[in-house]
Every structure is written in structure tokens, then in C-alpha cells.
Design a protein around this ligand. Structure first.
Ligand code: SAM
Length: 311
């Protein structure tokens, strides 16, 4: 089987298997060897690594990864691609393909079973329709993952890096920056894929922190607060939080907490830094706990954020 990663090699495989792209699975296959090399290089993949690849497609990036990594576990949802992958990856005994929806995979268990509990490096050309849920799953599962190198829509990559004051700054920026250091490492034109996506693409590397850059009493409360703060972007933070579902905080309490922190009461959520959200979270979660009759909220480790899909 020739190496994939060119238009000719990819088209040959597609024809051989009479493969039809499934739009619902966000299938855009890479056909540029330079960009494939750049992804593997940015991920710093070496023999000691076990790579978790999300969505191998016909196995293009998988081949590049398998040549450098100790092992690769590739999770692909589309059953039609499984026989193709066993053909295109037949010369790579260090690759395991799993036919599953990544959102349903227990990644911590996979790491125990396939990598003795050691951290994975995640490398993927992600399906754009579920970029955010995948990223949040990788973080929130608290599975051992130390580096995530992914192709995403450029706009989403930029959103992950944004800071306070920008229009694009939001819940995703804060979640990514709470867990990792984001860095855009390459831009990839639409012509590098078959079929060409309608949006620009970029590779972003997220280096997982051992400890988050801010400490909070209750991680779950912090993320409830962040979600509530960006749900009603046009309102001031005080008005947004006072109305927010799932947050037992009154307008007066929100205003008082901002005063305590020396933050103007008419501020909007998008102007607050991660550190300021953390301090606000500690004050307000204390209030919420007092209302519930407990004054010592324990640190919780589940940070669900609900988000819209990216496209
Ligand atoms: N890695 C290949 C490449 O770079 O050419 C294909 C990337 S393509 C953008 C995204 C891949 O993710 C497709 O193969 C698609 O079928 C797969 N996929 C979509 N949703 C998925 C999910 N929930 N779990 C696992 N794979 C998924």
C-alpha cells in the first residue's frame, strides 16, 4: 500500500473502495505531505509515545504517526472506513483501530488498558462539527493526556487563544486556558484537503498544565459561573448572573462580590480575566454554600460546560 497524503494516493483509495464522504461526520481528508509532517513535528511524537488519534479517516495522518510513535490508537466512528484502514495500515503493527464514537470512549480506561495508565499524546485532524465537545471531553475526563495537537477551524483556534476584551473571548477560551497553554502552530489552506472545507483551518497545540494557573474552591462552580456569564453577552455581568438559571446568586450578591474585588459593577463578562473569574467564583460559591447550609464547599472535579457546536 503506497503512502497516502497526496491527492493521487487518496483518490486511488477512495475509488478502490467506492467510498462516499459522509458530511455528517465532518470528513475532510488531508492531502498535503508538508502539513502532515508539520502536525507530527508540532506534536513532538517519538518512540516513547502512545498517540491517541481521533478520526483517522482512511489512515493518512495515522501512517505518519505510526512511523514515529511507539504505538497509535485510532478511534473512528464511520464503520465504512474500518476495512479501508485495515488495508492502508496493514504495514503498521503498532496501530490499533477502534470503531467507536470518541465522545463515548472512556479515555482513562483506554490509557490503563493500552498504555499502562501513562499519558497519551492526542493528535487529530478533528471533525469540525464536534470540536468543542471533543476538547471539553479530553479535559473534563481528567484522563492522562499531556499534549493535544489538533487541526480545527481557524476561528475556533483563535477563540481558544483569546483574552479578555475580545469579541471572540468566551467560555471555550477560559476552559482551554484553565487546563492548558494554547499555541497556534500552523495555518492550513482549504486546498490541502479532499473535499476542501468551506472554512479556514489551523493546527493548535494545547500543552496541558499539571496544575491550573488559578486555584478555586469549587471547579464545577467556576464553570457554571463562566457559562452563566457568557450566556447573556449583551447584559452586564450583574444582570446576567442575577437572571441565570442553575446559579443561586442574586443581583445584589453579584454586585457586592464585584465591589469586594474592586471590579466596576457595570462590567461585562467578556472583560474578566480567568484570575478574576476564579476570585469571583470563590466569593459566590461561598454564598451559594451558605444558602444550602454548608460553609465549606469541597473542591469538585466535574466541570460540565454546554456549548453550541462550532459550525
Ligand atoms: N485523519 C484523517 C485525515 O486527516 O485525513 C481524517 C480527518 S476528518 C477531518 C475527521 C474524521 O473523524 C473522519 O474520518 C470522521 O469519520 C471521523 N469522526 C467524525 N466524528 C467522529 C466521532 N464522534 N468519533 C470518532 N471519529 C469521528
Amino acid at each position: 500500500m503506497p503512502k497516502l497524503g497526496t491527492a493521487a494516493g487518496t483518490l486511488e483509495v477512495l475509488r478502490k473502495y467506492d467510498f462516499h464522504f459522509q458530511k455528517k461526520y465532518g470528513q475532510n481528508f488531508l492531502i498535503d505531505p508538508n502539513k502532515l509532517e508539520a502536525i507530527v513535528e508540532a506534536a513532538g511524537v517519538g518512540e516513547e509515545d502512545c498517540v491517541l488519534e481521533i478520526g483517522p479517516g482512511i489512515g493518512t495522518l495515522t501512517q505518519y504517526l505510526a512511523e514515529r510513535a511507539g504505538s497509535v490508537i485510532a478511534v473512528e466512528i464511520d464503520q465504512a472506513l474500518i476495512p479501508i484502514l485495515s488495508d492502508t495500515l496493514s504495514e503498521y503493527p503498532n496501530v490499533t483501530v477502534i470503531n467507536e464514537d470518541i465522545l463515548k470512549v472512556d479515555i482513562a480506561r483506554l490509557s490503563r488498558e493500552k498504555n499502562a495508565g501513562r499519558p497519551f499524546k492526542v493528535v487529530a485532524n478533528l471533525p469540525y462539527y464536534i470540536t468543542t465537545p471533543i476538547i471539553m471531553k479530553l479535559f473534563e475526563s481528567h484522563a492522562p493526556i499531556d499534549l493535544i495537537t489538533i487541526m480545527v477551524q481557524t476561528e475556533v483556534a483563535e477563540r481558544m487563544q483569546e483574552g479578555p476584551g475580545s469579541k471572540e473571548y468566551g467560555a471555550l477560551s477560559l476552559a482551554v486556558q484553565y487546563y492548558s497553554r494554547p499555541e497556534i502552530v500552523a495555518h492550513v489552506p482549504a486546498g490541502c484537503f479532499i473535499p476542501a472545507p468551506k472554512v479556514g483551518s489551523s493546527v493548535i497545540r494545547l500543552t496541558r498544565y499539571e496544575e491550573p494557573p488559578v486555584t478555586v474552591k469549587d471547579e464545577a462552580f467556576l464553570f457554571r459561573l463562566i457559562r452563566a456569564s457568557f450566556n447573556q453577552r449583551r447584559k452586564t455581568l450583574v444582570n446576567g448572573l442575577g437572571n441565570a438559571e442553575g446559579l443561586a446568586v442574586t443581583k445584589a450578591e453579584a454586585a457586592e462580590a464585584l465591589r469586594t474585588l474592586g471590579i466596576p459593577e457595570n462590567i461585562r463578562g467578556e472583560a474578566l480575566s480567568l484570575e478574576q473569574f476564579a476570585r469571583l467564583s470563590d466569593l459566590l460559591c461561598q454564598k451559594e454554600a451558605e444558602k444550602k447550609g454548608s460553609s465549606d464547599p469541597q473542591t469538585k472535579k466535574n466541570t460540565r460546560i454546554e456549548r453550541q457546536e462550532d459550525e
